[in-house]
Design a protein around this ligand. Sequence first.
Ligand code: NAD
Length: 499
Amino acid sequence: MTVYAAPGTPESIITFKSRYDHWIGGEWVAPVKGMYFEDITPVTGKPFAEVARGTAEDIEAALDAAHKAAPAWGRTSTTERASILNAIADVIDANREVLAVAETWDNGKAIREPLNADLPLAADHFRYFASAIRAQDGDFQEMDGTMTAYQYHEPLGVVGQIIPWNFPILMAVWKLAPALAAGNAVVLKPAEQTPVSILVLMELIGDILPPGVVNVVNGFGVEAGKPLASSNRIRKIAFTGETTTGRLILQYASANIIPATLELGGKSPNVFFADVADKNDSFYDKAQEGFTLFAFNQGEVCTCPSRALIEKPIYDSFLGDAIERTRKAVQGNPLDTDTQVGAQASNDQLEKILSYIDIGTQEGAKLLLGGERADLGGELSGGYYVQPTIFEGNNRMRLFQEEIFGPVVAVTSFDGYDDAISIANDTLYGLGAGVWSRNGNVAYRAGRDIQAGRVWVNNYHAYPAGAAFGGYKSSGIGRENNKLALSHYQQTKNLLVSY
Ligand code: NAD
């Protein structure tokens, strides 16, 4: 067990600046209108830094820097870009602890997650796209003996990226790595709740990238995000966030006829077939663990397994065991590596979750565990903690249909395979799903029949860089990760050459 010292104390491994400006053209740039906002740590509920509050003027400055950098960056060889991406990965590895403390302090997540998952994955994503761009082939075809068609990839130029607060560094990296590998310059807007860890990363990698290739403008959605997504100076907008915001982004993009990649919300089913409980063995244990992952990252995960579907013959016993297991989840100081459940990312998010707990009770769902704000005492008393919460109900309830984005799971039973698939698919969303069965046929079929971009079969929450990720239905458009993501940041050039 390690407990990292809180930033602001002499023992801390990180010292934040008291004020963060925008990162534009490879340097700190003050906001044109001189406005700043407070960044609050969810760990204690107290402010710890001021951050530039960007407006359309700052977005323009960042777009100027990106346009200046884009032509030369787009002409670098794939070998050169790959070596830069690999160097960034090395910096992330070398600064894993510092970045993990920054991420936890900014977002509230239990530090074991950035230490063991988010940051190793972030480094691996850069390495993956470094390899993918070098391995990408072009194409050619003889047309009729007098003409050859050459087809190859060009960068789009300057692209905009807007990200949410739940995995600040990893969500930035999912977008930056393919965009940079493909030779684009980027203007990125982090979420206003969690801007600082990305800025700490930018400071660390600032020397590696040519100035202007990545620019970060902080600020709020309408003030800074909208002018970016609406700009006719970007050739693509990539967005991760809520489905309602995604609709707006699509409207902005349509005005300029530019493509939009949208990674949106989810209400992911986690389906447990009766045969998981045949024996009390390691498979059963894994399935039980899979159930408890709704509280992973405080439930602030787009693919949070927020609906658990358990087959009738095992419903009572499986759920009883799962409740006991969830009860044992360690909630505590997010900077302690033993902590499994940390703080929610903001006070707004805390209140939203508590309001859904009220809604669940009012609509007749049965509260089986948790259901309250957690007071962890001392300095943490002002932090945003919610007990892992389990409700029992039916799939027509709002608890089962609306994204809560907290450590709250809604549980129901099903009667056979068809019922399972019908309940699993009865939602607006289609992002993630889990299927658990010892029977390979059942597991495979269910994986195919569930309408979601990612179905974990007998596991949950793995995110390898090579596995394409994205949503069906209202969960989004396009895919991230996998070499497919490169093509979202490229134009296809066709040269028809006569000879
Ligand atoms: P959000 O939509 O409120 O905000 C996301 C980003 O969009 C922020 O940077 C915000 O400032 C910006 N924004 C808000 N309004 C805007 C506007 N009008 N124009 C331009 N930008 C605007 O989402 P959130 O609350 O930060 O994040 C949580 C959501 O993200 C959840 O719905 C979650 O499911 C989703 N998410 C999806 C994925 C995925 O890969 N599908 C991954 C992580 C999170």
